[in-house]
Design a protein around this ligand. Sequence first.
Ligand SMILES: Nc1nc2c(ncn2[C@@H]2O[C@H](COP(=O)(O)OP(=O)(O)OP(=O)(O)O)[C@@H](O)[C@H]2O)c(=O)[nH]1
Ligand SMILES: [Mg+2]
Length: 466
Amino acid sequence: MHASLITDETIVAIASPLAPARRGIVRVSGDLVVPILRQLGWLDPADQSTRARRFAALADLGDPLGTISVDVMLWPTRHSYTGQPSTEIHMIGSLPIMEAVLSRIVDAGARPARPGEFTMRAFLAGRLDLTQAEAVLGVIDAEDPESLDLALSQLAGNLSRPLQNARDTLLNLLADVEAGLDFVDEDIEFIEDADLVARLVDLRDLLSEASVQLRDRGDQKSYLSIVLRGLPNAGKSCLLNTLTRTDTAIVTDQAGTTRDVITVQVQYEGHSFSITDTAGIENRSDDDEDFDVMSQAQMQADDAVRKADVCLWCIDASDTESAHSIDALTMVSDNAKRSVTNLLIYTKTDLAAAPIETNANGACTAVSSVTGEGIEQLWNRLRAIAESRDAVETGGVIGTAARCRDSLRQAIVCLNNAIASTQNQAGHEWVAAEIRSAVDHLGEVTGAVYTDDILDRVFSRFCIGK
Ligand SMILES: Nc1nc2c(ncn2[C@@H]2O[C@H](COP(=O)(O)OP(=O)(O)OP(=O)(O)O)[C@@H](O)[C@H]2O)c(=O)[nH]1
Ligand SMILES: [Mg+2]
């Protein structure tokens, strides 16, 4: 059994960020909460109230910290987030103080919590279902407004509620079919075949719709966006064409060919990428006749870099002044969005006077669009970035979507089998078996049926204190 499933121990953790802050919170959950507070002298033994309440207490933290005043929130009964007696001790957000409070509580009988253990208890107490528990994780992890929105709406149950209803309807249908099985000799039918098929078809369509919604969510950010940036004539457009195996971008030997940003989608070994070509980096003065066009092109390009996951800074290896161009590029890349992965790409290596030094981790790659040299290495590097990003996202909302979609797909297969069995008059025991597996698969989505393995995967990703 997963260790965190043992819920009769009282657990404690620092629940606020482990950094100096105005307020710090230490959270405790379990049957010993009230005895511990009494033992530490933070709760008056005469106070037997069962109401949730908030009060001030003096915490003696020993030398050198002395006595500090803390704010105690107490849920003495099972009406709490975790479904157990719980308390939160609020204090100044100083790490040594939070740690001292935590160790006093451990000395009094609690044990340090494992990651996600509070949320796990909330789930086991029926306060949350699995999709909501994952949504809590999504809220904690959400990096951008869209994933935060998605996580919050999942937390509100907009995904799990309709599926929960579908599962209940299926259970009723199953009861009807199974009741009929008991009376098969008497030829009593609790549900007509035509009615059964109609109801199964309705449910299947509902699940298919949910599955499409999930796919849209899951695919929202499943591609890696790459932008090409560099001085005019660096070979960016040529590289776009090579990477996408198209002739999308115009390539000429004149500097300043590309103006508009051009994006091409491409698949490489099962990963989706979008590659964006931009105008070369140029400083124009307002005397130039195409100043407006150029400055708009620069703005569009900067915007593309801000939105991208990876920026390929292209440097012409045949350009003897490339050292100078590196300076220019470093400057620009410093200004670019900090979460973008910057890779240095030497282009036109077939024209380079001397071999280019690249580094092993792929942060700097030498390529030639003419000979194809280095293109595979570049792809490998991009694929590795896509994979590591997928791994991170599987930890969040996208992971929920993928897991739910898989269970939904299996539920739909079962319902299709049930429909076919009914239409072919294969016997209601077959139909019942298929409906039962569909119920189980739907249960996996909302956590009504759960295995240690799923729980482990979901909760081990939480941070301690959540
Ligand atoms: N030999 C060689 N020539 C290249 C290579 N890549 C690009 N070129 C040439 O370099 C010139 C500029 O290439 P482009 O791809 O248009 O350069 P760019 O960076 O898009 O230029 P702008 O759009 O003006 O900013 C063209 O004449 C290309 O044929 C390469 O790998 N090897
Ligand atoms: Mg170009």
